[in-house]
Design a binder for this molecule. Sequence first.
Ligand code: ZN
Ligand code: ZN
Length: 207
Amino acid sequence: MELTCLRVPPLGTNCYFIVSGTSLAIVDPGGAADALIQVISEKALTPSAIWLTHGHFDHADAAGKLKAHFGIPIYIHRLDAPMLENAETSHAAKFGLPYNGCEADVLFEEGDTLSVGNETFTVLHTPGHTPGSACFLSGNTLISGDTLFRRSIGKFDRENKDMMKESIRRLLLMDENIRVYPGHEGETTIGEERRGNPFANMDWEWV
Ligand SMILES: [Zn+2]
Ligand SMILES: [Zn+2]
């Protein structure tokens, strides 16, 4: 498996290409439809699906255009599917940014498997940042969306504190050798975050 990160507008989201043979799964295309279409054609890859870690505009904006261009399905957790609809639901309006709505084709749940070529990822439902936030795990590779970052975690509303705490706890209890590929900024490992993430052992009462 080859995992490539492309930083995409408008908020510097990490879009990941998971390549197996010539098959490609596009994770979180952000707002870079035309640029991604060009890279995919230059590399002569055959996209098979778009997998979204959650429904925020900075991860999902290009999904509709890629779906139409390549005729491929959009996958997302059931609880975040309604966020894809428009600028309000995807939170683009909060930033005063345009958003291209789209419709999900496949709704996944905790424990479902997603395949590309010979590779299989398992869906971990890690709510908190959004209700349907998900991570994708394959062997020692974890795509963590906006749930776990290098030395930080995703934003969450006060009422979702317990969910977020449980999701972070769950991830940090996994094998320390797992490499983590977050939705923003650089990569890390579970072990590094268990030891160095300021949210790993803190008292969350202040939230
Ligand atoms: Zn987000
Ligand atoms: Zn994000």
